[in-house]
Unconditional design. Structure first.
Length: 376
């Protein structure tokens, strides 16, 4: 989500690819399909499951970008990035709610609460991102203080516990979405500090690893479905998307290898960078809890094309991506530009005003100084 005008466009291009994969994932998981069983298993079902296999891995790639760019960046004024993102969330959440209300859709009080406070009930990825962003100033000194050897050993332990064991032991234990950010942030930071432009290797191996992991993920869908069909077992059909989870080993390999590949693709394109700046907007539009039901279940419904979803998916997934892109480009050129300009001019003054009105004990807690000294 970090936006930087001077970035190489390789990772920006990856962001666009990953958002397209996330849209495809939502095509699969929010399509309003009946529960897939051995009785209703078909080639269309297998295709829909395969199309949705890469959304969580794409989220991992986004989190890797944050670790890559933020680990060496000053964090004393990182609040400048939190408020515009939160404002963008509220803009889309409240805007979609108001449009739905004016269109005559019956909405409850709870729907209004979710619209006004989307970071509490909506958009899991962005909400956890905002929470994790507050922790970055405390994580970076810890990361930067480690030697390469210590950092590598930490990642080995983390991945054994977070990826390897859960992959082969099924639901051995559970983790939260916040630790997902931590693992990916640490990985992106390690790549930036100790791998990127510091290790010599053929970048084609990264692409090969990403494609191999992607093939394994798709083949796992086909394999589980085939076993479920032959044994007439719902268990295998229900687990066709087993390797889709971002902590599963193939998904981790896909995300990290894809990131490594694009981080070494060096070119600069103002067009790519500008378009990539709207990827979060596409997410906020199409995965809004009101909009997604309309997109996937009311407008040219997915479930009605399950028997032969190939052309339907080929048209609808890019269409949702492009419409969302167009909407967000308009927002950025109008209200987004006005808000960002206003906030850039006044954010320091706003923070100073808030700080001046905090009680002395609260300031002491934040600064580590005595209450009397912090209150001055």
């Amino acid at each position: 989500m970090e936006r930087d005008r001077e970035r190489s466009s390789g990772l920006e291009l990856m962001r666009m690819l990953c958002m397209l994969l996330i849209v495809a994932h939502h095509y699969s998981v929010h399509g309003g399909y009946d529960v897939f069983t051995a009785d209703n298993l078909s080639a269309g079902v297998v295709f829909v499951q395969a199309v949705g296999m890469f959304g969580q891995a794409a989220c991992s790639a986004f989190a890797l970008i944050s670790g890559f760019y933020m680990v060496e960046r000053r964090t004393d004024r990182h609040y400048r990035r939190i408020v515009p993102l939160a404002a963008e969330m509220v803009f889309y959440s409240l805007g979609i709610w108001l449009i739905s209300l004016l269109a005559g859709r019956p909405l409850s009080l709870a729907d209004g609460q979710r619209a006004v406070f989307p970071f509490l009930w909506e958009y899991w990825y962005v909400s956890y991102y905002l929470i994790f962003y507050l922790l970055i100033p405390f994580i970076n000194p810890f990361v930067l203080g480690m030697s390469k050897r210590t950092f590598r050993r930490l990642l080995i332990i983390v991945y054994v516990l977070w990826t390897v064991i859960p992959t082969f032991a099924a639901k051995s234990w559970s983790f939260s979405d916040l630790d997902f950010f931590l693992v990916m942030y640490l990985t992106g930071a390690y790549i930036k500090l100790h791998v990127h432009q510091k290790a010599s290797y053929d970048n084609r191996w990264n692409l090969a690893a990403a494609l191999a992991a992607a093939a394994l993920m798709v083949l796992s869908v086909v394999g589980f479905a085939a076993v479920g069909y032959l044994l007439h077992s719902d268990f295998f059909v229900w687990n066709t998307a087993y390797f889709r989870d971002y902590s599963k080993l193939p998904a981790v390999i896909f995300a990290v290898a894809l990131f490594l590949y694009f981080s070494n693709v060096q070119f600069v394109s103002r067009t790519v960078n500008r378009l990539a700046g709207s990827m979060v907007g596409i997410y906020l539009i199409h995965d809004n809890y009101i909009a997604r039901k309309f997109i996937w279940q009311t407008l040219w419904p997915n479930a009605e094309h399950l028997a032969a979803p190939y052309l339907h998916a080929l048209v609808k997934i890019p269409a949702v991506f492009l419409v969302g892109l167009g909407i967000d480009l308009v927002r950025r050129a109008t209200v987004g530009k006005l808000f960002d300009g206003w906030f850039s001019r006044h954010c320091d003054g706003i923070c100073a005003w808030v700080w001046a009105r905090l009680p002395g004990p609260v300031k002491a807690l934040l600064t580590g100084e005595s209450a009397e000294r912090a209150g001055r």
